[in-house]
Design a protein around this ligand. Sequence first.
Ligand code: ATP
Ligand code: MG
Length: 424
Amino acid sequence: MAKKLQAVRGMRDILPEQTPLWQFVENTARRVFQSYAYREIRTPVLEMTELFKRSIGEVTDIVEKEMYTFEDRNGDSLTLRPEGTAGCVRACMEHGLLHNQVQRLWYQGAMFRHERPQKGRYRQFRQLGLEAYGMEGPDIDLEVILLTARLWKELGISGLELQINTLGTPEERKAYRVRLVDYLQAHRDELDEDSLRRLETNPLRVLDSKNPDMAELIAAAPSLMDDLGEVSRAHFDVITAGLDAAGIDYVVNTRLVRGLDYYSRTVFEWVTNLLGAQGTVCAGGRYDGLVEQLGGRPAPAVGFGMGVDRVVAVLEELGFNSADNDPHVYLVLVGEGVQTPGLVLAEGLRNALPGLRLQVNCGGGSFKSQFRRADRSGARLALILGEEELSRQQAGIKWLREQREQISLSHDELANYLKDMIGE
Ligand code: ATP
Ligand code: MG
């Protein structure tokens, strides 16, 4: 027997009952991004594999084991994007958007990672994110974090924890690396397999381990804070002082190193305790070295990526009520020759009332069956156009969810009568 067709493991269908919540998140984010003068950029979902290897870093979970990589028909190695930053930087370099310029850009779209699917962790998931280029001072780091705080406010999400840290400069990290390696070597026998490997290739990554058995060891590791130079220290202090001044709560988590290689100085995450182990809903920071690493002229950069799937899950946990998706009005059409005039009447109403959700009964049916459909559609009101109404240029109005007398109005009066329903 043929194999039953179904969605690829870890990739979900978002059904019509759920999409209003997604749209709410996406629309709110777009509004907030625009209120800080960010502009949208759209890049392909496929990039050359080399881009991700060179940007994210060879010794990361993503590049080591999570990428969807394949050869196309020409034998080129391509990868479905696992995150948005690399493609954004590539596009900006390719189109000369970074040279002597400040850019504030946002993006959204599907990302792909071959991970073990579980709540809040999927193989296709959506991110909304932004990138700010050309600004090296801490003011933009602070503004980006303030923007994320505003996003939660506008979404009606409270109770997220902001964790911040600094990774210093590459030189400072080098000094820290020596101390960290000494410490990890001294505890070699307590390291798991992943960490032993990372100890050789990328020891800071050990701090990023999700293995609970490693938690104690990681908590006791030396802190990079002690290796910070004056400039990095001052950079970080401006951000913490700014958050204090703006009244945004945060915790400094010196173990926060982020899963990607390209960060420098500021890193931050917003974390929830509502989703189990998949607690990070938004993560970002400064990545001043990346543009140069990819062959461009050095350009400072700050950004973040937000996991839309997880933000939607948080809203569901908080009992958020999906924005209304149902039609306001259902147009019942019964009789000879009423179908086309009905569609034309509906066009006129849509012209007059932007925002009106009007469902026309297509496909005929008796009065009874059309009213059953009207009821099931969730509409509050049915408009009725039969042969008799049509001949008098009128339509019947029947409220479906409340006790009100059925009335008739002329076609000209309808828009005025219906206008109060919109926006409710
Ligand atoms: P995690 O530690 O949970 O694996 P990460 O450090 O790999 O996260 P980033 O690369 O920083 O995640 O991506 C930014 C955000 O995208 C995450 O904070 C999360 O909200 C979301 N995200 C990452 N991977 C997934 C996934 N597989 N499914 C759903 N959302 C994801
Ligand atoms: Mg991950």
